[in-house]
Design a protein around this ligand. Structure first.
Ligand code: ADP
Ligand code: 5GP
Length: 206
């Protein structure tokens, strides 16, 4: 049975919960992977590079890509569009890679529905709302009104935590990273139902 046919790891959680920091730590420890670079209409933050952190598009171009059916999923989050292009994801899966998404709850839902049994989902959260507030303020990348909007959104997102396969509380960064590495390694071993059925058939005949 080919257990090396690509898999998907979805990471979601409130803005400021530590998704980017955790991805930075785990990437050396999870084998061959492709980190999906989303497209967005939001402005780049200081230090963010087009094509590395996001593909920064204007609204006209983003809407054109929606019309051209280029997205695996897209959502309107915090007043901006965010979306995952389908082509590089398909290629990475074909190459047997673990494809990692940092997407919101709406996106996670869409990916689970479209990609089904090769998807493993993880919800990342801070231990408390007050910790989230502190981390968003100390990150220093967003104005207060943007932070307030993200905190409001966080309360809505956290209410959908139960839809995920795993919950990781990012209190100590290294400890949380170790848990996600284990989940990522297990995610690679997930085998689609179709392949299992084929294996059973062949196993019975040989
Ligand atoms: P996200 O990608 O989910 O928006 P970030 O990775 O940007 O979140 O983290 C938000 C802020 O919190 C950053 O300033 C980051 O350095 C900090 N941070 C992340 N994880 C921890 C942690 N476990 N302990 C303390 N600070 C953290
Ligand atoms: P940020 O602006 O902080 O980079 O991201 C804001 C939110 O958008 C986060 O919850 C992040 O997970 C989500 N996000 C980023 N890219 C995508 C995407 O391609 N699709 C969806 N649905 N959400 C995304």
């Amino acid at each position: 049975m080919n257990t090396n046919s690509g898999a998907i790891l979805v990471l979601s959680g409130p803005s400021g919960s530590g998704k980017s920091s955790l991805i930075g730590v785990i990437k050396e420890h999870i084998g061959d992977h492709y980190f999906s670079i989303s497209s967005t209409t939001r402005a780049a933050r200081d230090g963010e590079i087009d094509g590395v952190h996001y593909h920064f598009l204007d609204e006209k171009r983003f809407k054109q890509e929606i019309e051209d059916d280029q997205f695996l999923e897209y959502a309107f989050v915090h007043g901006n569009y965010y979306g995952t292009s389908i082509a590089p994801v398909k290629q990475a899966l074909k190459d047997g890679k673990l494809v990692i998404f940092d997407i919101d709850v709406q996106g996670a839902d869409a990916v689970k529905h479209r990609m089904g049994d090769i998807t493993t989902s993880v919800f990342i959260t801070t231990p408390s709302l007050s910790t989230l507030k502190k981390r968003l303020s100390s990150r220093g990348t967003d104005a207060q009104d943007v932070i307030d909007r993200r905190l409001e959104m966080a309360c809505r997102e956290i209410s959908r935590m139960s839809e995920y396969d795993y919950i990781v509380i990012n209190d100590d960064l290294d400890h949380a990273a170790k848990i996600i590495i284990r989940v990522a390694l297990a995610a690679r071993l997930k085998v689609p139902t179709l392949q299992i059925n084929e294996f059973v058939q062949q196993w019975e005949q040989s």
